[in-house]
Design a binder for this molecule. Structure first.
Ligand SMILES: [Zn+2]
Ligand SMILES: [Zn+2]
Length: 258
């Protein structure tokens, strides 16, 4: 049993893949993926994701606005809060900061939106899914000033090294590793995989992006999360069963799922 803690089923190009969503979910279940968290990137995703979660009990959903979407635009706080209050929504996000394309001076709107997501998370008592790229210090500053500790959260698709990851661990966050940990040049991430405490690791695909080796460059889907779990097991010199067990346990604990 394994959980894909972060996928975007709504963004997979099913025509190109040659499979529909039911086939993708069935294949994941067959591969032992008992649960998938399908993550919103825009507020418009909400209706789509609600339908998906109603149709597939193994799919949980979030609500939020990705830092690279609706660039420069303000967030409709009330709409986000209403969506996050929905009983099917278990997490707020993905949200966060992404300074990869533009300098931080031009991205105050990202910080404002991130803080609004954290505020909503407090209002609805649900954990936050954090996207953070090239924005370590400001992400930590927002986490601190928003007291994100109190609601909990996930640093998703971790691309930071161990020194940085330790700072997220200090805020009690879960660290979710994506397929990058299987890439040849990602030795620094295998160090993270080896050192993060066992009760703080999650695995994800971030499908349709970042397919793990040996599927690198292809369309990613939840069933491929097994490769990422294997890479973590190797890095930690432990069994695959241990990683399956701990990451599932961590996910269920964070979201208070029995
Ligand atoms: Zn992301
Ligand atoms: Zn994502």
């Amino acid at each position: 049993m394994l959980v894909d803690s972060h996928c975007h089923l709504q963004l997979i190009d099913y025509v190109k893949l040659g499979q529909d969503m039911s086939a993708v979910i069935a294949a994941a279940e067959q591969a032992g993926i008992s649960k998938m968290l399908c993550v919103a990137t825009t507020l418009d995703d909400f209706v789509k994701l609600q339908k998906i979660s109603q149709q597939y009990p193994c799919v949980s959903i979030s609500a939020g606005l990705h830092p690279n979407e609706a660039q420069g635009l303000p967030l409709d706080y009330e709409q986000l809060k209403t969506q996050c209050s929905d009983e099917h929504v278990i997490a707020v996000g993905e949200t966060g900061l992404d300074y990869y394309r533009e300098p931080k001076e031009q991205l105050k709107w990202q910080r404002d939106r991130f803080m609004q997501h954290i505020e909503v998370a407090h209002a609805v008592s649900k954990p936050v899914i954090i996207h953070s790229r090239d924005a370590l210090e400001d992400t930590l500053a927002c986490i601190k000033s928003g007291n994100l500790c109190a609601v909990g959260g996930i640093l998703h698709c971790c691309t930071y090294d161990w020194q940085a990851v330790k700072k997220f661990l200090d805020y009690n966050l879960m660290i979710s590793l994506a397929g990058i940990v299987t890439f040849k040049n990602a030795e620094y991430l295998r160090e993270v995989a080896a050192k993060v405490p066992l009760d703080r690791i999650l695995v994800e695909t971030d499908s349709p992006y970042l397919a793990p080796a040996p599927h690198r460059g292809k369309i990613n889907q939840p069933r491929l999360v097994t490769h990422t779990a294997e890479a973590i097991a190797v890095a930690r010199n432990t069994t695959i069963e241990q990683i399956y067990h701990s990451t599932t346990d961590n996910f269920n604990r964070l979201f208070a799922i029995n």
